[in-house]
Design a protein around this ligand. Structure first.
Ligand code: FE2
Length: 400
């Protein structure tokens, strides 16, 4: 039973005249304190393959990079090998987290030049990484806070379709063989691609970044929630969703809003050197129940909701679905409750989602596991229940 929208990224776009046409999410780069160890955490808990590495043994002298893959998700874990590497200072300030959301484009230099023309700021001039097998061109622009977007174009053996089939990511990488990969093949977590990626920005800056994505990247507004939608008694946020032209990726942008207690966005910023950054990455699965069951078995620490959530959720969700002529939630309701999965519906259908607790000791980055049955929204109906659960966690951390 797979009705999920096919990943637009699985059909690389034809060459177009728009230099900012995004073909795929090339990779998401994390800066981490110890990539070798982090790779095993993400492999063991979330089922990523530790596919390739670039380190001292492959001729990478300044950093170690581990490419984790699952479905069409590519995460690059980067660790600096000296105090002078720019990642060293960022890890000191922010802990582990997302540095770069990189997009595959037809021509990285042209995309970069267009983004600069549109008002973007240089985050890294075009550079070619090349050998006899092909060339990877990378150029970057800065986005909110500590983050950037790299544009990546690929030729020869390093073309994206080859990378997707397991080919080398770029020169200096070598393939990894690990028992954990074998285990993950036999016990899949079913994560398919990056559904959306959420950024937290400072209070009063959401609209600035909404316009930035419109002007610099050619994105458009997708959905809009105001703080009346997303608030609990204690804390609030405001959020607007930006989507790339081809809806390859959606990027909600949050800012803290006034509340009686400290907003979760404010908590993030305070543990992130008051600097904007990526709050969560949502991975799409076709089968939420199987994915969450496997992730729980592996020890993933999910946010837990009060049992009372399920006292009212079915009426709320199935009423909305019926009102718009959609079938009720077809997955086993008891299993959904047992697995602690959240459900929401809108005029297009429903979605199943669940959020992890922070992935590192600082209350910053977390993951979401999401499955869509028609709904293209982000679980607005869950925000209240969710924020109350988040506040219980904030309270436990002494951050409320
Ligand atoms: Fe989300």
């Amino acid at each position: 039973m797979t009705t999920a929208t096919p990943n637009p990224a699985s059909n690389p776009a034809q060459a177009s005249t728009d230099p900012l046409e995004l073909i795929d999410v090339d990779h998401v780069r994390f800066y981490v304190g110890n990539a070798k160890q982090a790779a095993y955490f993400y492999a063991q808990t979330f089922g990523f393959h530790i596919s390739q590495v670039a380190d001292l043994t492959t001729g990478s002298r300044d950093e170690a990079d581990y490419l984790l893959t699952q479905g069409n998700i590519r995460i690059m874990l980067t660790t600096p090998l000296s105090k002078d590497h720019p990642a060293a200072d960022e890890i000191r300030r922010f802990g582990d987290g997302v540095k770069d959301v990189a997009f595959t484009v037809h021509d990285a230099t042209k995309a970069y030049e267009q983004a600069l023309k549109n008002g973007g700021e240089c985050g890294g001039e075009p550079r070619e990484i090349t050998d006899e097998r092909g060339t990877v061109t990378v150029a970057s622009i800065k986005t909110y806070g500590r983050c950037m977007h790299s544009f990546v174009s690929r030729t020869g053996d390093y073309a994206l379709p080859n990378v997707k089939k397991g080919g080398e990511f770029m020169p200096v990488f070598r393939k990894m063989d690990s028992p954990v990969n074998e285990y993950n093949t036999k016990n899949p977590c079913g994560l398919k691609f990056v559904d959306h990626l959420v950024g937290n920005v400072e209070e009063g800056k959401m609209n600035y970044w909404v316009e930035w994505y419109e002007n610099v990247m050619g994105f458009a507004m997708f959905k809009h929630f105001d703080d009346a939608d997303i608030s609990t008694e204690f804390s609030a946020l405001m959020s607007k969703v930006m989507a790339s032209g081809n809806h390859l990726i959606k990027m909600p942008i949050n800012e803290p809003a006034e509340g009686k207690k400290k907003s979760q966005i404010q908590e993030y910023l305070e543990w992130h050197d008051m600097t904007p950054g990526v709050q969560h990455l949502a991975f799409r699965t076709d089968d939420e129940l199987s994915s969450v069951a496997e992730l729980r078995r592996r020890g993933v620490d999910f946010l837990s909701l009060p049992d009372s959530y399920y006292d009212i959720v079915w009426e709320r969700v199935n009423k909305t679905l019926a009102a718009h002529g959609h079938e009720a939630v077809r997955e086993d309701h008891d299993r959904i409750k047992k697995l602690g999965i959240l459900v929401d519906a809108d005029d297009e259908g429903y979605l199943l989602q669940l959020f992890t607790k922070p992935l590192q000791d600082r209350p910053t980055l977390f993951f979401e596991i999401i499955s869509r049955r028609g709904s293209q929204s982000f679980g607005k109906g869950n925000f209240k229940a969710l924020f109350e659960a988040l506040e219980i966690e904030q309270e436990r951390r002494g951050n409320l």
